[in-house]
Design a protein around this ligand. Structure first.
Ligand code: NAP
Length: 515
């Protein structure tokens, strides 16, 4: 019997011992930077001449690792291995597959600060954010393992007296997993392990900015007893390897997390039935957000201001769930804005290897330029209250930025910026606030601050987002507690870390025997 699921506790770095442990791991991790990492296909290590170079975004001259880069030929080889492995892997016992996840969780837990140190360096995450990423990766392992045990015998259906009917879930086939860099460990691991535990085989293509952590996951899975060929590690260009595998006739399921631009393109390509293809490909596509915090007039303004500050600037606003718009009731708009600006002054932007850094860099030069371009747009559309500047002398640092007095239809209130920029708009009443909150193409997360019960109920029905929070910020969903995924252009709402997630990786099979 496995113990009931409980989420992994966060590390308290105010405790001396914990702080020293991470400091020591950071020193160790820095010493091992710059190594070469091969691809892993069917357990075989393959080194290529062409490399993906992973850099520390806080220290752009520091190379985290050189990773071999798959091309179409290598992707084809990986597809063959995954396809062949699926023929027997699909028949393995769900308990055995779940055990691999439980063991992997235990291995990561024992080396937790080592993984967290790596995320600080490869992802540019401050300690708290890196720790949460590691904890979430562990949670996915523990939760999906347990979920598999729950669904392994299918669901009870009716049988007439003369028959014996069963309804079971069986795996789909080769799954292409394309993951983003922002939850470089948790989302990458969660999206790779859900297909594994449900009996599929996996081609894992991590984001090119953060490929080393996926190699480390592969090592953990091998230590946990994962047979060769079940998950194959094939970093490569999204445009080359990604497209090739998405189009491949043997691809059965595509699990993508990333931008709307790539996600919608991939959705279209996946719909094309190529020569030799025997099925309609299934897609799990989780995309961006333009997440709003609504602040009503009857509320605790200090609580709201603190939540807005953290939701907007935690991990430099690079969470799909990050707050990037605030819609405040006209009666509290000025006070709330002033308080958020005050709190923003306290956000220190620095190298995330320092214990007390609140906000580190953004991921790379492309993100840096894109965010500052949006800042220029914001200056034309609203009033810059604080921030709006960057410093790229050492790493990709952008200061936390607040814009006020925006039309809710302004570009920076509509498009995903994916950086530390938040815009404020005023609403005349709560109904208008909810209308404004709903006026983007997205529908991922949202939060409402109010003490008015009727308004809570109104928002529950009318605020159209996949994850809606009351009187708390809109980030920090926890596996098994806040199933995560969005509506509209935020994606297919597969609800990662939720009770239905694994089913998306399976298909129902009915068997009926006459007695
Ligand atoms: P991205 O640019 O769309 O990249 C995501 C993945 O897609 C990467 O592995 C990328 O590979 C790959 N890719 C790029 N072009 C491709 C193509 N033509 N075909 C197939 N794959 C391709 O997104 P990102 O910048 O990594 O991540 C940030 C975005 O993810 C934001 O929009 C954020 O909101 C969203 N996100 C959503 C969720 C959610 O749960 N809804 C969670 C986290 C992040 P390369 O790196 O090699 O280009």
């Amino acid at each position: 019997m496995v113990t009931p699921y409980k989420h992994e506790p966060f590390t308290d770095y105010s405790i001396d011992e914990n702080r020293k442990e991470l400091e020591a791991e950071l020193k160790k991790a820095e010493k091992s930077l710059g190594k070469d990492y091969p691809l892993i296909i069917g357990g075989e290590r393959i080194t290529t001449d062409e490399k993906i170079v992973s850099y520390n975004p806080a220290n752009k001259d520091q190379v985290v690792g050189y990773v071999s880069k798959a091309n179409k030929e290598i992707a084809e080889k990986a597809m063959k291995v995954a396809d062949e492995t699926f023929q027997w892997w699909r028949k393995t016992k769900p308990e055995m597959r779940a055990d691999i996840l439980f063991r992997a969780a235990a291995i990561v837990r024992r080396r937790k600060q080592e993984f967290t140190a790596h995320l600080v360096l490869e992802g540019g995450k401050p300690w708290k954010e890196a720790d949460a990423d590691t904890a979430e990766a562990i949670d996915f392992m523990e939760y999906y393992g347990r979920q598999m045990l729950q669904i392994k015998d299918g669901v009870g259906i009716n049988s007439r007296e003369i028959e014996n009917n069963r309804y079971n879930y069986i795996p789909l086939g080769v799954t292409v997993v394309i993951s983003p860099w922002n939850f470089l460990f948790a989302i990458m691991a969660g999206t790779a392990l859900a297909p594994l535990v449900t009996g599929n085989t996996v081609l894992l293509k991590p984001a090119s900015t953060t490929p080393v952590i996926s190699y480390k996951l592969m090592e953990v899975l091998e230590e946990a007893g994962m047979p060769n060929g079940v998950v194959n590690y094939i970093p490569g260009s999204g445009a080359e390897v990604g497209d090739y595998l998405v189009d491949h006739p043997r691809t059965r399921l595509i699990s993508f997390t990333g931008s709307r631009e790539v996600g919608t393109r991939l959705f279209e390509r996946a719909a094309v039935v190529g020569p030799g293809q025997k099925w309609l490909k299934r897609t799990i596509i989780e995309m961006g957000g333009k997440d709003t915090i609504v602040v009503d007039k009857d509320t605790d303004l200090e609580l709201a201001a603190e939540a807005i500050t953290y939701s907007s600037f935690g991990f430099s606003g690079q969470k799909c769930s990050a707050c990037s718009r605030v819609i405040a009731h006209q009666d509290v708009y000025d006070d709330l804005l002033a308080r958020v600006v005050e709190l923003t002054k306290e956000v220190n932007v620095a190298d995330p290897t320092n214990h007390d850094t609140y906000m580190g860099p953004v991921i790379d030069e492309k993100a840096y330029n894109k965010i500052l371009d949006y800042v220029e747009t914001g200056k034309k559309e609203g009033k810059l209250m604080i921030g709006g500047t960057g410093d790229k002398s050492k790493g990709w640092f952008v200061n936390p930025t607040v814009f006020a007095d925006l039309d809710p239809n302004a570009t920076i209130m509509q498009e995903e910026i994916f950086g530390p920029v938040v815009g404020f708009s005023k609403a005349k009443d709560f109904d208008e606030a909810i209308d404004f909150a709903n006026n983007t193409d997205y529908g991922l997360t949202g939060a409402v601050f109010t003490n008015n019960r009727a308004n809570i109920e109104k928002a529950r029905e009318d605020f159209h987002v996949g994850n809606l929070y009351f009187n708390r910020g809109c980030t920090a969903a926890i596996v098994g507690y806040h199933p995560f995924g969005g509506f509209n252009m935020s994606g297919t709402d597969s609800k990662a870390g939720g009770p239905d997630y694994l089913i998306h990786h399976m298909q129902g099979k009915t068997t009926s025997e006459m007695l």
